[in-house]
Design a protein around this ligand. Structure first.
Ligand code: F6R
Length: 599
């Protein structure tokens, strides 16, 4: 995720673009930049950090003009710094671009450009777009842009400005882009939030479309240059609604982003039946893997253990980072420590990583925030590409961590000579559609939530790879609804927790199809016999589960290894709806912080 904005018109352009960026800051906030066509020159200011940092730049005061573009970045390729910040330019600084998305084939295009003498200054995938436009430019910007688009693989919401004309060219594929139609002025942006205070007339660009924007008109074409008729929508949304995408809370928005997030985590990493990860670690030397993390990320680490042992057959241990760092752990030079973290800034995880590194282990990070401390400290890493997570309760980061761990464990297996089963690759491709089906259950889950919201305790039971999902379901509920909840491996119930079960105890069972479905069914019967109120997450309505369950949550079937991604989403929704029905502050639960940077 990144935010882009552009303007052609007579208003004071710098304040307009800066204010617009602030509205888009929820889409990314590690660096920002602005470029204005001022007296035939492209004048640009970029800065690391938030828009408030950019805004302080003195030279901004001296920039004026009638066409400009700006960007707030959420790093995917290259650390968050001034050089990697957008806009990016061609060699002569006559073409500026801002880009949201990922160009998958940028490495090969970059090599070609360097061979032809282009000086590429950033580590980003985006900068090559400006150089490619320069390469093809023969006096017609639109023509050059469309030629470049045909070469790009991946996703883009793109805006291009040149020093020749007061005009912006925009293009969209996979990343959002809208045009605001004003009176003698035009706006472009990633979404309508920075536009709506100026005009409510909005055009939503579709994939494969290109727009040519001047202050008095817009022309929309397809990539082959044929004109496209677009509807102009009259939008009546408030700013708050827009930033949250019309969702009541960021947490709900982020739950609903998960189909796209999982696509992004997998994007460009599965090709021709093989997993493509560029990791500079010699895995043949690795004898043991230690996964370490905190909280929700620790739950994905437990799932990672199942996946790595299943696909890569390497012994695996999981440790709470806070425990690992203080217990003088035995670590060897043929160990690999994997640190999992959404923020990349969790103090205990950083300390555990340093402890293992100090003892000679190789280290790998599975991290969302590009350029974060963990991503800089590790030998190698896999970014989640989940976009900014704003809700304090982690949702999309968790499922993308499982997706990244699936990629990694298959990659390890592949590197040791294993053939990857086609079935899992096929399922990985269609899992986003299956997540969409789970999300369709949201209202049904809200009904279940309304029935159970006043309970004081909950138990969550799962087995195998769904045991950590039970832990995560319980954590989600307790952190946002303040209801006491515990997750257990279902078979452990008889060793203690069964004493808690009576007619007042709701018990969520993860009972989707698996190699141990019959065992889960026996556990369900045992709870039923003690009057527990059972909510079962299942793949279909069977007479057995129906008989014993108060409520069923039916989710699509997938292979067992990927079932945590599907199953946890219904538990995220259950926790969300319970907390919302209780009228609690879902996005900022009491006593919690998004990033725990103290031990
Ligand atoms: C729970 C939650 C926390 C984090 C934990 C680790 O919803 O968000 O438990 O998972 O604080 O944070 P990261 O992943 O940033 O290291």
């Amino acid at each position: 995720m990144c935010g882009i904005i552009g303007y052609v018109g007579d208003k004071k352009i710098v304040p307009l673009l800066i204010e617009g960026l602030k509205k888009l800051e929820y889409r990314g906030y590690d660096s920002a930049g602005i470029c204005v066509l001022d007296g035939g020159m492209l004048k640009s200011i970029k800065d690391k950090g938030r828009i408030s940092e950019l805004e302080k730049e003195e030279p901004l005061k001296w920039i004026s003009g009638n066409a400009g573009i700006a960007h707030t970045r959420w790093a995917t390729h290259g650390k968050p710094d001034e050089i990697n910040a957008h806009p990016h330019f061609d060699c002569k600084k006559e073409i500026a671009i801002v880009h949201n998305g990922i160009i998958e084939n940028y490495q090969s295009l970059k090599k070609l450009l360097i061979k032809e003498g282009h000086m590429i200054s950033s580590e980003t995938d985006s900068e090559i777009i400006a150089h490619l436009i320069e390469k093809f430019y023969e006096g017609d910007l639109e023509e050059a842009v469309t030629r470049v688009l045909k070469l790009l693989e991946g996703t883009y919401g793109l805006a291009v400005l040149s020093n020749k004309e007061e005009k912006i060219i925009v293009a969209k594929k996979g990343s959002p882009l809208v045009i605001g139609v004003g009176d003698g002025e035009m706006f472009i942006a990633s979404d309508i939030s920075p536009i709506i205070e100026h005009t409510n007339k909005i055009i939503y660009l579709s994939d494969g479309e290109v727009g040519i924007i001047t202050k008095d008109r817009y022309i929309i074409k397809n990539i082959d240059g044929n004109g496209v008729d677009k509807k102009v929508h009259e939008v009546k949304w408030s700013i708050d609604q827009i930033e949250k995408g019309n969702f009541k809370h960021f947490m709900l928005k982020e739950i609903f982003e998960q189909p796209e997030v999982i696509r992004n985590t997998f994007r460009g990493r599965i090709k021709d039946g093989k997993i493509k990860l560029s990791l500079n670690i010699d895995f043949k030397k690795i004898k043991r893997i230690i996964l370490t993390a905190c909280g929700t990320s620790w739950h994905s680490a437990v799932i990672g253990k199942y996946l790595i042992e299943e696909y890569a057959k390497i012994p695996c241990e999981v440790d709470y980072a806070s425990e690992f760092r203080y217990r003088n752990p035995m670590v060897n030079t043929d160990d690999l420590l994997i640190a999992i973290s959404q923020s990349g800034e969790t103090a205990d995880t950083i300390a555990a990583l340093k402890e293992a590194k100090g003892k000679g282990a190789k280290t790998l990070g599975i991290v969302n925030v590009v350029g974060s401390t963990i991503s800089r400290e590790v030998d190698s890493g896999i970014y989640l590409h989940a976009g900014p997570e704003t809700g304090v309760a982690s949702t999309k980061a968790f499922t993308s961590q499982i997706a990244a761990l699936t990629l990694f464990s298959l990659y390890l297996g592949q590197e040791s000579g294993m053939d990857i089963d086609n079935e899992i690759l096929k399922e990985m491709e269609i899992i986003p559609e299956k997540i969409e089906k789970v999300l369709e259950n949201s209202e049904r889950i809200r009904n279940i939530a309304s029935r159970f919201k006043d309970k004081n305790n909950f138990l969550y039971f799962g087995r195998g790879i769904n045991f950590p999902v039970a832990l995560e379901g319980a954590l989600k509920l307790k952190e946002i609804s303040y209801i006491h909840a515990e997750g257990y491996p279902a078979a452990e119930m008889k060793h203690g927790p069964i004493a808690l079960i009576d007619k007042n105890m709701p018990i969520v069972f993860l009972a989707t199809k698996s190699s141990i479905s019959s065992k889960i069914l026996s556990n369900i019967e045992e709870v039923y016999a003690r009057d527990g109120k059972i909510i079962s997450v299942v793949n279909e309505k069977t007479p057995e589960v129906e008989k014993f369950s108060e409520e069923l949550i039916i989710v699509p079937e997938t292979i067992e290894e990927l079932s945590p991604i599907i199953n946890v989403i219904s538990l995220q929704l259950l926790a969300y709806h319970i907390a919302d029905l209780k009228g609690l502050d879902v996005d900022k639960p009491r006593n919690l912080a998004k990033s725990v940077t103290v031990e």
